[in-house]
Design a protein around this ligand. Structure first.
Ligand code: NAD
Length: 487
């Protein structure tokens, strides 16, 4: 057992140097699988953020002047350096957030993919022009960096989500400040350590400030920050978007989700089941693309075949530590997260829902373990079917046909993702056309777009217009300047 004297307090990274936070209060960062204390996270405040912004502003004009092909080479240096430490980074994700090693490796791979996508920045930054819009008059559009941008990131993808933003932001010529989740900030620390070792990225271009609400407050208030990328719960996203708009900051705020998996009468169940298991229970349901409501349609709704097959498959999943070789369902990030998920199950039971498969096992030693749970509700408006639980809990509802299924799905305030399982091209097309969500799977349980496409949630799953990744990222991190000239 570690003693407090051996446990390090994480440091911020500002102006190319690791520095102690001015704030003296800290939070504990614990391994979700063992409950062991891993680090103290400083709750940085205004003084720390102001210092990071000063250094970022100092560095930005010089960085902007670096030609885009050279900035692209720096991003490629980052890619190579991340590749050389990818296993270490994945192991850190498992130790700090709890997900399985395979999942963590997938996350790191996806993060590196964003870096690769951002390396195309000389192409992506090209402007537009139109010659002779009037006699002797030409118009050109240039893209210029926004300035200093900050990212505020969630716990559930502690490596990938910082890498959704960092490479594009700097490739476009901005300075970048990362405020990672205070619950699992060590993968961010490792990523920034990688940046620290790259000579082609000058000091001050990338900063790391640890902390929670106080740090976010300081970011929102700081006039030296021009844009904010945020990912987290819908309520936090709305707060960040509102406050950013009030102070004139550009903002993209990606929020929560409640994604439905529609199983049609003609779905090939034996192929769909593993995809559904992975979607609902992988990462213990702590993914913004997790399928958390299963909608059985038509005959599949009238009979119990799907529900029973789901319960049988889920009861075979192994709940255990992320580093365990057989683990399917990892621990939840913290005991409080597990308690909240269990409270939602208990509430749905009290409201008349049936717990078909009960994964409540008392949390285990660290209090973070919850096995796969399936809850059938006849009330499509029940909270279990409508609100994000963010745990290994799958709500089960029945609808008579695709039209009714779409009406249910589209009744959600969220629109991040969804999937249909079918062998009918017609049903897939009707679903694709009518579903109000931005990332859609056809016979795919977790339809995460590759980095060359936007991560395109709709409705309350995003506040703002531009998504993470792809050309949206370049639109977000640049300002357009249109020049009309006559010579
Ligand atoms: P969270 O909202 O609790 O925290 C996200 C960030 O906001 C953290 O850095 C945290 O320090 C900060 N924060 C939290 N509350 C704050 C407050 N009141 N004021 C100021 N700052 C605050 O989110 P989380 O629990 O870490 O992450 C899980 C959530 O993220 C889920 O809802 C999930 O669906 C969502 N998510 C969405 C996407 C997407 O693409 N839409 C992707 C991943 C995760």
């Amino acid at each position: 057992m570690s003693t407090t004297t051996e446990i390090e307090t994480l440091r911020n990274y500002i102006g190319g140097t690791w520095v102690e936070a001015a704030a003296d209060s800290t939070l504990e960062d614990r391994d979700p699988a063992t409950g062991e204390l891993a680090a103290y996270v400083p709750l940085s405040g205004r003084q720390d953020v102001d210092q990071a912004v000063r250094k970022a502003r100092e560095a930005q004009p010089g960085w902007r002047a670096v030609p885009p092909p050279d900035r692209a080479r720096a991003v490629l240096d980052l890619r190579d350096a991340l590749l050389s430490r990818r296993d270490e980074l994945a192991a850190m994700v498992t130790a700090d957030m709890g997900k399985t090693l395979a999942d963590a490796a997938g996350e790191v791979g996806r993060g590196i993919e964003s870096v690769e996508s951002a390396a195309a920045v000389p192409h992506l930054l090209k402007g537009d022009n139109l010659e002779g819009v009037a006699r002797g008059l030409d118009v050109e559009m240039f893209r210029q960096p926004v300035g200093v941008v900050a990212a505020i990131t969630p716990f559930n993808f502690p490596a990938m989500i910082p890498l959704w933003f960092l490479p594009y932001a700097i490739a476009c010529g901005n300075s970048f400040i990362l405020k990672p989740s205070e619950r699992d900030p060590r993968p961010s620390e490792l990523i920034v350590d990688v940046v620290d070792g790259i000579d082609s990225i000058p000091d001050g271009v990338v900063s790391l400030v640890h902390g929670g609400r106080e740090a976010v407050e300081a970011i929102l208030e700081n006039e030296g920050i021009d844009a904010i990328s945020f990912v987290g719960q819908a309520t936090t996203a709305r707060l960040i978007a509102t406050r950013s708009a009030e102070s004139g900051k550009r903002v993209q705020a990606l929020g929560g989700a409640k994604n439905s998996l529609v199983v049609m009468p003609d779905a090939e169940l034996e192929k769909a089941l593993p995809a559904i298991m992975g979607s609902a229970f992988g990462a213990a349901g702590q993914r913004c693309l997790a399928g958390s409501v299963l909608v059985a349609v038509g005959d599949r709704a009238r009979q119990d075949e799907v529900r029973d097959a789901l319960a049988a498959a889920a009861s075979n999943l192994v709940t255990g530590p992320g580093a365990g070789p057989d683990t399917d369902v990892c621990p939840m990030v913290a005991p409080e997260a597990r308690e909240r998920a269990e409270a939602a199950i208990a509430q749905s039971e009290a409201e008349g829902a049936t717990v078909t498969l009960d994964g409540r096992l008392g949390g285990g030693d660290p209090g973070t373990f919850l096995g796969p749970t399936i809850v059938e509700t006849a009330d499509p408006e029940a909270e279990i079917a409508r609100e994000e639980i963010f745990g290994p809990v799958l709500a089960f509802v029945r609808e008579p046909d695709l039209e009714a299924a779409l009406e249910f799905v589209n009744g959600s305030r969220y629109g991040n993702s969804g999937a249909i399982f079918t062998s009918s091209g017609r049903a897939a097309r009707d679903y694709r056309y009518g579903v109000e969500a931005g990332m859609i799977g056809v016979n795919i349980g977790v339809p995460a777009p590759v980095a060359w496409f936007p991560f395109s949630g709709w409705k309350d799953s995003i506040d703002g217009d531009l998504h993470a990744n792809g050309t949206d990222a370049v639109d977000f991190y640049t300002r357009k300047k249109v020049v009309t000239s006559r010579w």
